[in-house]
Write a protein that binds this ligand. Structure first.
Ligand code: NAD
Length: 266
């Protein structure tokens, strides 16, 4: 049991997204960054959407030399009209951007609840809405929604996040039913705790607050319900996203690809 990095298998070298345009939200960091790099490695032209300018610049630098391209798009997803507009003409849409606030319902600020639902549910709806005309027109499209174990299970003190992720599961299934006749699939990817800056910061904060080493926070708090006692790496989530965009997943739609180390087996 440790915080050491797992070694994900090599990316599927057969995935070819050459000629495809992909849009990834929340691409400046964590899972979104890994997804943008993975899709560009498969040859896609990636529109990398985020509100973090510096993170986008670093991503573009990291993507130099890949077969595909990464084109930074500075955008705050609370601007819903701009989000819908940005998705026009994309073949692959990865709804990934998210935020979290941990607070009991009676203390949860209503404006934060509204923002979480806007960024994590309404913006994905608007992005899908913006992407579908082009996807339907060509008879092919891939929508991948980065959900969470919290799209399937609740945890206390995460009302907005859990509500948004459960809503995303429903949105994804509905898009799958409507898109099927047009060659468009829609699926969720549901990770447990991923090694992202957000979670690493949480580990350090929890360790400090509890006066215990980070390893104990990991096992006793975050990984309590996970059978596999490690964090999942962003690259592992990105590979699942890439799989859903490839030909091997062409019959998968309206479902959730769960990468939770056994959490939901309970
Ligand atoms: P992160 O905080 O590292 O990255 C999220 C990105 O979204 C950031 O770059 C941020 O700038 C961007 N973003 C947030 N609000 C935005 C807005 N209004 N407009 C534009 N961009 C915005 O988080 P992450 O851990 O990589 O999470 C990515 C997704 O994965 C989220 O949907 C999250 O719910 C989901 N997820 C994360 C974990 C985990 O343990 N980290 C587990 C399951 C699911």
């Amino acid at each position: 049991m440790s915080l050491s990095r797992a070694l994900p298998g090599a990316p599927d070298p057969t995935l070819d997204l050459g000629g495809r345009t992909a849009l990834v939200t929340g691409a400046a960091g964590g899972i979104g960054r890994a997804c943008a790099l993975r899709l560009a490695a498969a040859g896609a032209k990636v529109r990398a959407v985020d509100r973090d300018d510096a993170g986008l610049a670093a991503l573009a630098e990291a993507a130099a030399g890949l077969p595909g391209t990464v084109e930074p798009r500075l955008l705050d997803l609370t601007d819903l009209d701009a989000a819908e507009h940005a998705a026009a003409g994309t073949d692959v849409l990865v709804n990934n951007a998210g935020l979290q606030l941990v607070r009991p319902i009676e203390e949860f600020p209503p404006d934060v609840f509204h923002t979480v639902l806007t960024v994590m549910l309404e913006a994905p709806f608007r992005l899908i809405r913006g992407a579908l005309p082009h996807m339907y027109g060509q008879g092919w499209g891939r929508i991948v929604n980065v959900s969470s174990v919290h799209g399937l299970r609740a945890s206390a003190y995460k009302s907005a996040y859990v509500a948004a992720k459960h809503g995303m599961e429903g949105l994804s299934k509905t898009a799958a039913l409507e898109g099927a006749a047009h060659g468009v699939t829609s699926n969720c990817v549901n990770p447990g705790y991923v090694r992202t800056p957000l979670v690493e910061r949480q580990l350090a904060d929890q360790a400090k607050a509890h006066g215990i080493p980070e390893e104990r926070v990991l096992t006793e708090v975050l990984l309590q319900d996970s059978a596999l006692k490690r964090l999942i790496e962003p690259e592992e989530v990105a590979e699942a996203v890439a799989y859903l965009c490839g030909p091997r997943a062409s019959f998968m739609t309206g479902t959730s690809l769960v990468l939770d180390g056994g959490w939901t087996a309970h």
